[in-house]
Design a protein around this ligand. Sequence first.
Ligand code: NAP
Length: 486
Amino acid sequence: MSSEREVVEGCPTELFIGGKWVAAEGGKTLAVEDPATGTTLCDVADASPADGKAALDAAVAAQAEWAATPPRERGEILRRTYELMTERADDLALLMTLEMGKPVAESKGEIAYAAEFFRWFAEEAVRIEGGYQVAPNGSGRFLLMRQPVGPCLLITPWNFPAAMGARKIGPAVAAGCTMVIKPAAQTPLSMLKLAELMTEAGLPAGVLNVVTTHDAGGVMEPLIRDGRARKLSFTGSTPVGRKLIEQAADQVLRTSMELGGNAPLLVFEDADLDKAVNGAMLAKMRNGGEACTSANRIYVHSSVMDEFSSRLTERMAALNVGRGTEEGVEVGPLIDGKQRDKVADLVADAIAQGARTLTGGSVAEGNGYFFQPTVLADVPVSARLQKEEIFGPVAPLTAFETEDEAVRMANDTEFGLVSYLFTKDLSRALRVSERLEAGMIGLNQGIVSNPAAPFGGVKQSGLGREGGTVGIDEYLDLKYVAVNVD
Ligand code: NAP
């Protein structure tokens, strides 16, 4: 693995437009901070609306030729991207840890996960199917073809700086779309590095354009309203998603929205408690709790609550919190001071409403934005953290008595991304899985993400799916040709 300085210095910091690295208008830059120390890692280009327009111009100019590139060629570029990411996983992971904070081992996990999207969509690029059908009255034929939607606008959050982009770039490249991607201002480095690596893998100029900016709305809104981009794919919070859907309505853009979550995790009285505790640790603590899939509310049958809570508390209290680059660290800092204060406020509100702290509960020592892994018991349903995404290492426990009560509490949210349930009873597992209002269910396991599976939510957690065999459809338009055979 290279040193911290080498990976930061080896990372591009300019905008990537039309296959060239260019400075932002007026040479403006924005600082990227290490959340473990609060110090500046480096400065990257701070795009203006004019820079954003130049990026869209480049994507539009490259679209026709890219759409005509043989699917096998597009697939091979994705496959090489997968290979390069895998070969360079150590350096890519270190870079991610420096800008985002998660422990290096978790960053490596994300690099592997992100790389898998490129491998998966390398395989999907050559499986874009059409159809042929005899009309029901026998007098004509239907030809169905799938074509790239056109230039895409992609916007990603800071919590998974590589994977959230890979889930969009992989299928867009496979489908034959060009794109402008705007990574989060707090974690632009992983995406800039990925653009460099995809160029090395053979991606032609103009297919992928990257703009980094402190002014997300100012740069992206004109592009969304421009009319030349035909698709907007966003991963981020529900409030921003709502705003973008409104903007996209102007030009009737196709949209994919991967928005917020408020995942319930249900532990029934017949659950295998080893699996339930392991699953809860994973569902809660992956990415330090800063995940849309994070278990936000843990509902446990009253008969197993004491045992479950003491085992979970023991595991949470033993976690090693620190700078993600240090050996043995299991939980890094939160992304910034605002997020740390929000977690502290949610915990204080729950305690004021009667919750008991079993472990943690406070901001942790240090210059960075650390919060102690926390377990809260007897959390009332009126507590704010039952309604809002915590996005931190806090596990709130609430007891239930009946299956109906558990399902009702689980569904009592405007979100519907993922739910987890732990039970050994097959009938209950299927019955409850059907009743839970979520796009994904973790059944006796605390992780659902897999590039080969359709990821996405219902209700206000979003529109569309990423990954799986349907992931590429988000970047393809279906065309039907009515054929006269007389
Ligand atoms: P966010 O504030 O919504 O930001 C997400 C992205 O949108 C960032 O790149 C941000 O830029 C940009 N943005 C903000 N305002 C914008 C605007 N007016 N126009 C265009 N772009 C705008 O979310 P976040 O705090 O980064 O991420 C956490 C949220 O993402 C959580 O709610 C989490 O659940 C959700 N998430 C969902 C999934 C999923 O698959 N469903 C996965 C991961 C995260 P700046 O960086 O400049 O603010």
